[in-house]
Write a protein that binds this ligand. Structure first.
Ligand code: PLP
Length: 391
């Protein structure tokens, strides 16, 4: 049976060229980059070279790049770090209603520590309402943290527009760009942000290696205490093979990027057009907004997402219902509900996320199989049968 992986927003396959670039950094170059001997110097040069590659691609200074373990960790270091460093100036944080748990739960945790957090609503396409954000600003506001693109819908947020507002009001601005770096052109200085999180495994790099851009001059309070690595912001021995892999993955992801984006978008457009033509009562979420080229969030009305996921999995097709992090608990996605999607439709929503290894044959297989899976599930769905009776 064919196996089709359409869950690239959860994680991606490591590119073999990335793995190849990493391999010497286990058994050949294995010194600690902070040791003074020749083994350490070798490792130090590789670390420096990886930092140079990544910062050149992102158009930032080497001193502005902190290597971390995960995107969630980058979000924690940024949000908690700013909260600690600036708490004498104020205790108010602004975020959105659609953040990844890595930012959302960190904000909620800070609320328990006495910070006040405003959760800005989104419109029906999943775009943050800038006017609401403006209204939420107080003189105590120290941080705005807002994702660049949403992981469930792929909807891209108006970061540049918002950074003008945060600059005018002298508020630190962090963006979770884990879904955009490596997929669309992302330059933190052009976006106008002060901090930016990204993660290698979302762009065909290794899992467990990520980064945080911290603009020169931005102070961060300590979240992890230890030695002097990564400007003391992220102490602990750096994952050298990991950062070498991340640098290689970012190089590969950003080469001919426009072309690859266009191809992916064409493939998605073919997929969505065919799905709409072949399956009744479905809706594509965030379609009128700017989206990542490979993400498609579809609500299949009168069905349960989990049963669709399992039905597709049985056919070798891997997708996600809600976000990977929330699919353990069967609550409807907070992202979809924030967009005004009804609870029943949110429950029947599936995220198809394409990646660079998907082919047209993959999509042709999915548009053949998915309608059959949906039809079969609907014949046994009480919700669907009730809907048919009412018609
Ligand atoms: C995947 C993801 C994260 C978490 O990154 P990890 O490296 O898996 O910890 C954070 N934010 C967004 C938007 C994501 O999609």
């Amino acid at each position: 049976m064919r196996r089709v992986y359409l869950d690239n927003n959860a994680t991606t396959k490591t590119d073999e060229r990335v793995l190849e670039a990493m391999l010497p950094y286990f058994c050949e170059v294995y010194g600690n980059a902070h040791s003074m001997h020749s083994f350490g110097q070798e490792a130090g040069r590789a670390l420096d070279s990886a930092r140079e590659t990544v910062s050149n691609i992102l158009k930032i200074e080497k001193s502005e790049l902190i290597f971390t373990g995960t995107g969630v960790e980058s979000n924690n270091l940024a949000i908690r770090g700013i909260a600690r460093a600036y708490k004498r100036r104020g205790n108010h944080i602004i975020t959105s209603a659609i953040e990844h748990p890595g930012a959302k739960n960190t904000c909620q945790d800070l609320e328990r520590e006495g910070f006040e957090v405003s959760y800005i609503p989104v419109d029906k396409n999943g775009v943050v309402i800038v006017e609401e954000l403006k209204k939420a600003i107080r003189k105590e506001t120290i941080l705005v943290t807002l994702m660049h693109a949403n992981n469930e819908t792929g909807v891209v947020q108006p970061i540049e527009e918002i950074s003008k507002i945060t600059r005018e009001n002298k508020i630190v601005f962090h963006t979770d760009a884990v879904q955009t770096v490596g997929k669309i052109p992302v330059y933190p200085k052009e976006l106008g942000v002060d901090l930016m999180s990204f993660s290698a495994h979302k762009f065909n790099g290794p899992k467990g290696t990520a980064g945080l851009f911290v603009k020169n001059g931005i102070r961060l309070g300590k979240v992890i205490t230890g030695g002097g690595q990564e400007r003391k912001i992220r102490p602990g021995t750096t994952n050298l093979a990991g950062v070498v892999g991340m640098a290689k993955a970012l190089e590969l992801a950003t080469a001919n990027m426009e072309e690859k984006m266009k191809e992916e978008e064409e493939l998605r457009s073919f997929f969505e057009t065919e799905m709409v033509a072949r399956i009744p009562e479905i809706k594509i979420n965030g379609k009128e907004a700017t989206r990542l080229p490979g993400t498609s969030s579809i609500s299949f009305r009168h069905l349960e997402g989990e049963s669709i996921l399992l039905g597709l999995d049985y056919k070798g097709i891997a997708v996600s219902s809600g976000s990977a992090c929330s699919s353990d608990d069967l609550q409807a996605s907070h992202v979809l509900l924030a967009m005004g999607i009804e609870v029943v439709d949110a429950h029947g929503t599936i995220r198809f996320s394409l990646g660079k290894f998907n082919t047209r044959e993959d999509i042709e297989y999915v548009i053949e199989e998915a309608p059959k899976v949906i039809e079969k599930l609907r014949t046994i769905s009480p919700l669907w049968n009730e809907f048919q009776l009412k018609k």
